[in-house]
Design a protein around this ligand. Structure first.
Ligand code: C2E
Ligand code: MG
Ligand code: MG
Ligand code: MG
Length: 285
């Protein structure tokens, strides 16, 4: 019902409706209009190879550029987008925009980078997901392996059967998957053999205490070794200082991402970064 009202951009607040519900409807309408009016934008955070410092990919992170307010971060609107279903058209927009941007970068000569896009649980349950993505790839003349989809552990466990079906469809397209926030959920590598997983993303909570906490070091070390034995690459997220970076290098972590290396940035700033020499290499000098 609230959904319909949002779509028609009409808000009828009857007297009995509590304030919470009214706010919810208002926010839902706002978010729907934001998407329709092009207020969403993507920022990109670079991902680096920890061995040679090269820029290997970017993760697309959605922001809402709210008129008169400024940037609103996903934590403040993704949950509502999830519960209302707005995440489905929004996620489709994100995929299109990210693939379009990657094509532009590749055409500019930066053809060794991949694009990582976050998927929501709701998107994973859409039967049309794989064919939607196939259409986008075709439109952008993109190879499937240039796209990486990030899915959290808990999303896989929630609805294992649907996840397996959708993911094998995605796999048939040649798309690879990364398990996001790894270590915060079941942290079982056993189920990974059921999925075409290319990469694990170690959650930033483990990276945060890396130098101080020997247990986190042991956990990360075990995850990296086990993943490598299964032919799965590992990327660490949330690298905020040089000590963390050094530890991860010593532990043989393949790739890294974090404020210390580069913050998420608008496409125009990413253009500049791509044209500069690699920031990791510069830091070493
Ligand atoms: P995530 O996929 O785990 O993304 C990593 C988050 O950590 C991002 O926050 C990023 O800006 C932040 N981050 C990066 N480096 C550092 C660091 O060194 N330190 C710290 N403390 N944080 C760092 P952001 O952009 O606010 O996104 C939050 C979450 O929202 C994402 O977590 C992802 O789950 C979700 N999200 C973002 N964009 C999308 C999207 O397009 N679709 C969907 N479904 N979810 C999205
Ligand atoms: Mg992610
Ligand atoms: Mg993550
Ligand atoms: Mg995270």
């Amino acid at each position: 019902q609230a959904k319909e009202q949002g779509r028609n951009q009409v808000q009828i607040f009857d007297a009995g409706m509590n304030l919470q519900t009214q706010i919810q409807i208002k926010k839902t309408t706002e978010l729907r209009i934001a998407l329709e009016q092009g207020q969403m934008e993507l920022h990109y955070q670079p991902q680096f190879c920890l061995r040679d410092g090269s820029l290997v990919g970017v993760e697309a992170l959605v922001r809402w550029n709210k008129p008169g307010i400024g940037l609103v971060y996903p934590g403040d609107f993704i949950p509502l987008a999830e519960t209302t279903g707005i995440i489905v058209p929004m996620g489709k927009w994100v995929l299109k925009e990210a693939c379009h941007q990657l094509s532009a970068w590749r055409q500019a000569g930066f053809n060794n980078i991949r694009m990582a896009v976050n998927l929501s649980a709701r998107q994973l349950r859409q039967p049309s997901l794989a064919s939607d993505i196939a259409g986008i790839l075709q439109q952008q003349e993109m190879n499937a392996d240039m796209l990486e989809l990030e899915i959290t552990e808990s999303m896989l466990m929630e609805d294992m059967n649907t996840a397996i079906t959708t993911m094998s469809e995605l796999n048939q397209l040649g798309i690879h998957l990364a398990i996001d926030d790894f270590g915060t959920g079941y942290s079982s590598l056993a189920y990974l053999k059921n999925f075409p997983v290319r990469r694990l993303k170690i959650d930033k909570s483990f990276v945060q205490d890396l130098t101080a906490d020997t247990e986190d070091t042991a956990i990360i070390s075990a995850i990296i070794n086990l993943a490598h034995n299964m032919g799965i690459a590992v990327i660490a997220e949330g690298i905020e200082n040089e000590a963390q970076l050094e530890y991860l290098r010593q532990l043989n972590c393949d790739e890294g991402q974090g404020y210390f290396l580069a913050r998420p940035m608008p496409a125009a700033d990413m253009d500049k970064l791509l044209q500069e020499s690699c920031p990791l290499v510069e830091k070493d000098q």
